[in-house]
Ligand binder design. Structure first.
Ligand SMILES: Nc1ncnc2c1ncn2[C@@H]1O[C@H](COP(=O)(O)OP(=O)(O)O)[C@@H](O)[C@H]1O
Ligand SMILES: [Mg+2]
Length: 147
């Protein structure tokens, strides 16, 4: 599926539609260049999950957790793997334990370093989204509708 996003507000609405279409999946992979809107999408998720804390980019801390009330998920866990070099680095910060707990909604920016060992176990739990930066505020998002 492909969708045009014209404003930040529309990205927030797109995040809501993804939440409603996760079904049994608890992992969202966000692919896209710097500034394409991965963190903005995650802020949209947080808004619809009624998280009051401000979601900021975890580029330097690698991972941030936010508690969720009244949802099938009890935590939003936001990873940014941009600064890591290899899958093992992500395993070292505990990504497997986070995704293995289905009470966690795990969002991963820059998932490209993850590899076979990750996909062998979690492929069916991943909702992948590809964001492309157009002119000005335009973005194009592509995703798989279903498993
Ligand atoms: N349609 C849009 N969707 C998402 N972000 C947008 C859009 N239009 C403008 N922006 C702005 O673009 C920037 C995207 O940055 P960010 O979400 O941090 O990107 P990334 O995490 O992919 O590096 C933000 O400043 C956001 O306000
Ligand atoms: Mg980001």
């Amino acid at each position: 599926m492909k969708q045009e996003i014209a404003t930040e507000e529309e990205m927030y609405n797109f995040a809501k539609s993804v939440l409603l279409n996760l079904e049994s999946r608890n992992i969202i992979f966000l692919y896209g260049d710097l500034g394409s809107g991965k963190t903005t999408f995650t802020k949209g998720l947080a808004k619809h999950l009624c998280i009051k804390e401000t979601v900021t980019s975890p580029t330097f801390v690698l991972c941030k957790e936010y508690n969720i009330e009244n949802s099938k998920f009890s935590k939003l866990v936001h990873f940014d793997l941009y600064r890591l070099e290899k899958e093992q680095d992500a395993l070292d910060i505990g990504i497997l334990e986070y995704v293995d707990n289905r009470n966690n909604l795990v969002v991963v920016e820059w998932p490209e370093i993850l590899d076979k060992s990750f996909f062998d176990s979690f492929n069916n739990s991943i909702f992948r989204i590809y964001i492309k930066h157009g002119e000005n505020n335009f973005r194009c998002v592509e995703y798989e509708n279903n498993n």
